[in-house]
Design a protein around this ligand. Structure first.
Ligand code: GLU
Length: 375
């Protein structure tokens, strides 16, 4: 069996919390003691210098009791209204619990489009990046109140996986009301075997997931396996761990039972492969010899080194990077629209705000968004 990594090697951990763990469905209230214990675990990760992002479900579960809605499946507009009511309580519970450890929380509500449309993806990624840089903890949920059925995640497992890949997190922990993955649903089969490590999400692994979902939460094992596929193919390791106990993260850190989904890659390397291989080129930036040499040393591309621009690209599009003779030396996701890139090429990064009328990134193409010579 493959060796599993140790929890203290991870630099950015996304923790996903399921509704049934956090919300007492009878009272329609937060399970405060459980949340406080989890927040202690999170504060410990944060305290040793790791970045933490939380994806928390529970808005609908909290709101529906307050709204006096009956048990069972809700109509879309009822679940949206419940989410509107519950999200306020949900965020404030997280914010207060973290404040007790001197940690600031920031609420981020996202829709499917925010993670799938390139421009919005970049904006969401930049906001998460700023919150993380400020040492705040983003508390994320789907914006259920505006997400309509065709264009929503509907489950926070896959949302958390997309958030983790978007934020280049190196670990995603799904806390749920199951202990991990079994080779068949344990509810149907007493002989079901627990799987502590999954080295690759294969069709056989996908077939092991039953369809189970409880009344409070949307995701069953199927959405968790889908989350594992998204995370591991983007270089993020994933864990499914039992959240029904106090201090679930400390328990995993101490070697407690959970299922690891391993990735052979890391978030930056996986992004680079994706950039190098699968994108349509929307334009070209030509760079001078000094910039070409800086890129070869692993630096980002600054506007000062760009001599010419071709193509009608938008911010976030993939462009070729060519040297002065026109030979392609790499590819990358450009941080500016063609119009703005043209305006700032050849200029110092500190002049960007003045040239564009608003502050922008210092790099034309960030080194994490770039691949050189097919590497
Ligand atoms: N966004 C939903 C909520 O906060 C939860 C979705 C899920 O359970 O995965 O209630």
């Amino acid at each position: 069996m493959a060796q599993v990594p140790s929890l203290d090697q991870f630099r950015h951990v996304v923790v996903k919390v399921g509704s049934s763990l956090l919300v007492d469905s009878v009272r329609g209230a937060i399970k405060q003691a459980w949340l406080d214990a989890l927040v202690e675990d999170i504060a410990a990760l944060h305290g040793r210098g790791a970045s933490v992002t939380v994806v928390s479900s529970g808005a609908v579960a909290l709101g529906r009791t307050v709204a006096g809605l009956p048990k069972g499946k809700l109509k879309l507009e009822d679940s949206q209204a419940s989410a509107a009511i519950g999200q306020i309580a949900l965020s404030s519970a997280w914010s207060q619990a973290l404040r007790g450890h001197g940690i600031v929380a920031g609420q981020v509500l996202v829709t499917l489009r925010d993670t799938e449309v390139r421009r919005r993806y970049l904006n969401a990624r930049a906001t998460l990046g700023r919150l993380i840089a400020m040492r705040a903890i983003p508390i994320i949920n789907e914006n259920d109140t505006v997400a309509t059925s065709e264009i929503r995640y509907g489950d926070n497992d896959r949302l958390a996986a997309r958030v983790a890949t978007m934020a280049s997190a190196d670990l995603l922990v799904l806390l749920s009301d199951v202990a991990g993955l079994y080779d068949s649903p344990p509810s149907d089969n007493a002989q079901a075997q627990f799987l502590p490590v999954v080295e690759r999400v294969t069709p056989e692994i996908e077939a092991m997931a039953g369809g189970a979902a409880s009344e409070l939460s949307r995701g069953g094992m199927r959405t968790k396996i889908e989350a594992a596929r998204i995370a591991t193919s983007a270089g993020t390791h994933m864990i499914i761990a039992d959240g029904r106990i106090a201090h679930p993260i400390a328990r995993v850190a101490a070697g407690g039972r959970c299922t690891w989904f391993l990735t052979p890659s890391n978030p930056v390397a996986a992004r680079k492969i994706w950039i190098g291989g699968s994108l349509e080129l929307k334009g070209t930036v030509f760079v001078d010899a000094g910039a070409a040499a800086a890129l070869a040393r692993g630096k980002s591309l600054l506007p000062a080194g760009v001599t010419r621009i071709e193509g009608a690209f938008s911010r976030g599009d993939c462009v070729a990077i060519c040297d002065e003779r026109g030979a392609e030396i790499g590819r990358g996701l450009i941080a500016f629209d063609a119009l703005h890139a043209e305006r700032i090429r050849g200029r110092k990064s500190r002049d960007i705000a003045h040239l564009l009328g608003a502050p922008g990134p210092a790099e034309m193409i960030h080194r994490d968004d770039m691949t050189l010579g097919g590497r």
